[in-house]
Write a protein of this length. Structure first.
Lengths: 645, 370
């Protein structure tokens, strides 16, 4: 990671967007940062945690986004500047708290919420646009359009939050969060504030300090006053700007990374003289006067923004309120179909939209060249399927789940949620997982399925959940299942890491974000204390875990817990040598003559196993194989041999 | 109806899903996809092979009776009630202590122990009943281990899966204690030897058991478990008619259940089985009506004759003539099973020319159906 703590004002650093946010927070004198990992937001807290000790700040991976936000609010209440960061899904987890927090207001410490959206859901279950929550909550929202702005906006947002006494939100997207650009550094503060929860702080110094959302109508009106103040500040903000001719054939209104795409598109089309770009950095409340000043630039408006028509609708509302005599622009965007109302945008899509509106034909290069270039690029990319890593304990667990469900024969159902194990929706996990929604949802859904006995439901129900997700969002569902006697097995895939987002620690790992050892919150002790029948198993012992699952399915009673415990192979491989050296005995492998019909490479599908077309037999890919030895128990001929490495 | 090229898909559609599976185990043990569990054959994954040995050796897929008989006995399928026989007699172990532990006369245990001791076989595949009375396939390699397998549970057990598990390079000579359906499957294997398994030629001895029907292992076990402490059970017995009882000998005495109470657990496939006396075994063994502690023994092959002769010569088996009334009754019962089964088969197929898996000569079929 980059030196986000480099004390060299005026010099430039190459930072990814998330590091720029972290740097901005450091320059703002942040004292407290909390987050739950989630792509594309994870590097914000990750980079802050790395420098936390030397910078004298506190950084934590919280158990979930709600707790992260609440903890950050706690710091704010005691006068410390605080930041909570999360991916778009986290906004939903935290929204109940937010709806109350905006009413109570923040403390003396500026409080900033960073939400990293994932258009096209590249690393997500959905592509929710979180900008709308700012409108819903009545909070100031900004979105940076480049890396310098990312840092500068973050820094400024803490001042704004303190000045207005309200939570402020920064929205970023994957292409800002994970792309890299030069950032000119500012000053780092030399002194941290003292934390103190001021017991009496009202004007007459008589009323105790309280942070509460009631009386709601009154506080709601205060909130609107804060928003009016914010709007006033946004009108003159340097984060909003117009580049283009005074009279344009088309005015693009855009924000964030779409600003970059718009600039590329206009440049590629050589339309700098005909198309103007109004770039907004402060998105809510909209700087209405500023926008109105530029509306007359063209009678045609094109909105270039990702996911929802947030700006498009906002400007429409504005225009509806203009005097009747005002010119009525034509709106182009998601509503008109000129811009996709889903997925990421890119310069090509913007070029298409502009060309369409202005009646241009644009061909960046001849089609044949393009086809050839694509084919050439593809020829250099090895074929890879979306699968679990070689040696991943999840593959073993899902192998056992598959076999146990088939042996049980009642058509058992596996519910799941978000994590590496979501891949079990596909061939990697033998298509075992059948439901996938938000974190912890598999266990919740299992609660319902597990209570359908009175309607003739006899299918076993298994809810799979990762270890981090267990702590994050599953415990209430488990308690519900035990208390209401719902018949399901919670299968915790405990690989001792928040693997999918980059191995962040969680309460089961015994390590804090800042690298300090801490007390492990034992999931089995917790589950047992709830009264659950708990089995702790090693997923590499296929025979045992299959039998355990079969026994648990055959038992009566409410929710049970099977913990499949084995460290994430990527974590293990960093520390230890492979436990086994694995090879295929070409004498024993009978290849295509085997009745298994290539079970190893057709069904088991560990990337460490390959089918040698020349010999018509299986073999180990020695580069990829991590020596877990699980396939030894899968080959019906006993042709895969493991020897202690 | 010829077998043709069929695989596990057809095994399921024609046999397992139609209630014809006898749980013999012939399709299990070597295939990673077909697995026996609690009274059922499960398919763990899709097998893409169009032709499978699972289908080929199933005793409920087409059997050319003449062809397998030719293979085992060198003659077409016998039209006699008891199939091909050399001699039918009565036998019992000379070891009175052993007789207390075994089902009737201890002929099977005696013959297997002798075959092992004489190096006639190196191991025997058979059913062993656990302490809580769940039968499972077992490879016995000594007389002691054979003794662990005495007594019948009357529950089906996929014994042939254990044979299939023997590594293909293993040259040990084998005996198999087979139910009639299992003896049929072994005969099919002898006719067209399986690939990638221990050679069927290693199977030197098939001791068949008489069988009227078998009980569905999981369901019946559940039923018993709810009734009594199975660890206290020493032996099960169904005394010959007209007793009409199922006797359970426990450490604290005998419990008798009306046979009608347990009929609900009879495997549906048994209604479609023609074979009461394991007609494709080397030696078939059953009880003797009205004479306790003796076995009826049918010798069918030279190998069977040699082994019984050796047991007699070495004083291991006491041999006697089977009373003619018993022989007559045995033949009647065997014929009755054939007739009933054929009628049930026709009822199931809905066509008197469609005998499902049974490949009988039209002449014999007509004779049995007359």
């Amino acid at each position: 990671m980059a030196n986000i703590d480099k004390d060299a004002p005026g010099t430039s650093q190459l930072l990814i967007g998330n590091e720029a946010i972290a740097r901005g927070a450091l320059e703002a004198g942040i004292g407290f940062a909390a987050a739950y990992p989630g792509t594309p937001s994870s590097e914000i807290l990750g980079s802050l945690a790395q420098v936390a000790k030397e910078m004298g700040i506190y950084a934590e991976w919280s158990v979930n986004e709600k707790v992260a936000m609440e903890a950050a609010a706690g710091a704010s209440f005691a006068g410390i500047r605080a930041l909570a960061s999360m991916k778009q899904n986290g906004i939903n987890v935290v929204s109940d708290f937010l709806a109350n927090l905006v009413m109570s207001g923040i403390g003396k410490g500026g409080l900033v919420l960073v939400s990293c959206d994932d258009p096209s859901a590249i690393s997500s279950s959905n592509e929710q646009d979180t900008r709308t929550i700012a409108k819903w909550l009545d909070i100031p929202l900004v979105e940076p359009g480049d890396f310098q702005e990312t840092k500068d906006m973050t820094r400024w947002l803490f001042d704004l939050a303190e000045e207005l006494g309200t939570l402020c939100m920064l929205r970023s997207v994957t292409r800002i969060a994970h792309a890299r650009g030069n950032v000119k550094l500012g000053e780092l503060p030399k002194k941290q504030r003292k934390a103190y929860f001021d017991q009496i702080h009202d004007l007459k110094s008589v009323m105790p300090t309280t942070f509460m959302p009631i009386p709601s109508p009154l506080r709601h009106s205060f909130l609107h006053m804060k928003m009016d103040k914010a709007r006033g500040k946004f009108e003159g903000s340097a984060f909003n700007r117009y580049v283009g001719p005074n009279k344009a054939d088309l005015l693009i209104i855009t924000c964030g990374s779409c600003w970059l795409y718009s600039q590329d598109a206009v440049k590629a089309l050589k339309l700098e003289d005909r198309v103007g770009i109004l770039k907004l950095g402060t998105l809510w409340p909209l700087p209405e006067k500023f926008i109105r000043e530029h509306l007359g630039k063209s009678e045609k408006l094109l909105f270039v923004e990702e996911i929802d028509p947030f700006l498009e609708r906002g400007v429409m509302e504005m225009v509806a309120n203009l005097p009747l005599s005002s010119p009525r622009p034509i709106f182009y965007g998601k509503r008109s179909g000129h811009v996709n109302a889903y997925g990421e945008l890119n310069p090509d899509l913007v070029i298409k939209a502009i060309s369409n509106i202005l009646g241009l034909t644009y061909q960046p290069r001849d089609i044949e060249y393009r086809k050839k270039a694509e084919a050439f690029a593809k020829s250099n990319v090895p074929e890879r399927s979306m699968t679990f890593c070689a040696g991943c304990p999840h593959r073993a667990t899902f192998w056992a789940i598959k076999n146990a469900l088939k042996l049980d024969g009642r058509g058992g159902v596996v519910t799941g949620d978000i994590g590496c194990y979501s891949m079990a929706l596909g061939p990697a996990g033998f298509f075992q997982v059948r439901t996938m929604h938000c974190m912890g949802a598999g266990a919740g859904v299992a609660n319902g399925l597990g209570k359908l006995g009175q309607f003739g439901f006899d299918q076993p129900v298994l809810a799979v959940v990762g270890d981090s997700t267990f702590y994050h969002a599953t415990i209430p569902a488990l308690i519900n299942g035990i208390y209401n006697q719902s018949k399901f097995i919670l299968v915790i895939l405990d690989n001792n890491a928040t693997a999918m987002t980059g191995f962040q620690p969680h309460p089961g790992t015994g390590m804090t974000a800042m690298g300090e050892p801490t007390k492990v919150v034992s999931m089995e002790a917790l589950c047992r204390s709830l009264g659950a029948h708990v089995e702790v198993c090693d997923p590499f012992n296929l025979k045992d875990i299959t039998a355990t699952l079969l026994n648990m399915m055959a038992e009566g009673g409410g929710a049970k817990v099977a913990i499949m415990r084995r460290q994430c192979e990527l974590v293990r491989a960093k520390k230890d040598k492979p436990p086994y050296k694995v090879h295929v005995d070409p004498e024993k492998c009978i290849g295509e003559a085997c009745g298994c019909d290539r079970l190893c490479t057709r069904i088991f599908l560990c990337p460490g196993l390959i089918w040698d077309k020349k010999t018509g037999k299986s073999k180990i890919d020695e580069i990829i194989c991590t020596g877990c030895g699980v396939c030894v128990d899968v080959c019906p001929q006993g042709a895969i041999i493991k020897e202690a490495a | 109806m010829a077998t043709g090229a069929k695989g596990c898909k057809e095994l399921f559609s024609e046999v397992i899903e139609t209630g014809l599976c006898a749980l013999c185990g012939a399709c299990t043990g070597t295939c990673p996809y077909l697995v026996y569990y609690k009274g059922k054959i499960a398919l763990l994954d899709n097998c893409a092979l169009l032709k499978g040995q699972c289908y080929e050796y199933c005793p409920r897929t087409y059997i050319g009776m003449d062809a397998i008989s030719q293979q085992v006995f060198g003659v077409p399928y016998s039209e006699e009630e008891l199939g091909t026989t050399k001699e039918v007699l009565m036998a019992r172990s000379t070891d009175a202590n052993m007789r207390k532990k075994v089902q009737y006369g201890g002929a099977v245990t005696t013959l297997l122990s002798l075959a092992l001791a004489e190096g006639f076989i190196d191991g025997a595949v058979l059913a062993r009943t656990s302490d809580d009375k769940i039968p499972s396939p077992f490879l016995a390699q000594s007389a002691d281990e054979v003794l662990q397998c005495t007594g019948s549970s009357y529950m089906a057990c996929p014994v042939l899966g254990r044979y299939n598990q023997i590594p293909k390079d293993n040259g040990n000579k084998l005996g198999i204690v087979a139910m009639p359906c299992q003896a049929l499957a072994v005969a099919k294997m002898k006719k067209d030897p399986p690939e990638n398994r221990a050679s069927i030629g290693n199977v030197k001895l098939v001791i068949g058991l008489f069988c009227t029907w078998a009980l569905s292992p999981d369901k019946f076990h559940q039923f018993l478990k709810e009734k009594l402490d199975l660890s206290k059970v020493k032996k099960f017995d169904i005394p010959p008619p007209p007793a009409n009882r199922f006797d359970i000998y426990t450490t604290s005495g005998k419990i008798s259940l009306p046979l009608d109470e347990i009929r609900q657990f009879i495997m549906p496939t048994c209604a479609y089985c023609l074979d009461m006396t394991s007609e494709f075994a080397d030696i078939s063994v059953g009880s003797v009506e009205g004479i306790e502690d003796w076995n009826t023994v049918i010798i069918r092959t030279d190998i069977g004759a040699d082994l019984v002769e050796m047991a007699k010569r070495k004083g291991k088996l006491q041999i006697d003539k089977l009373p003619s009334a018993n022989l007559t009754h045995l033949k009647e019962a065997s014929l009755l099973k054939k007739k009933r089964a054929l009628n049930e088969i026709i009822k199931k197929s809905g066509d008197k020319n469609n005998l499902l898996y049974v490949g009988l000569s039209p002449r014999l079929a007509d004779k049995l159906l007359a």
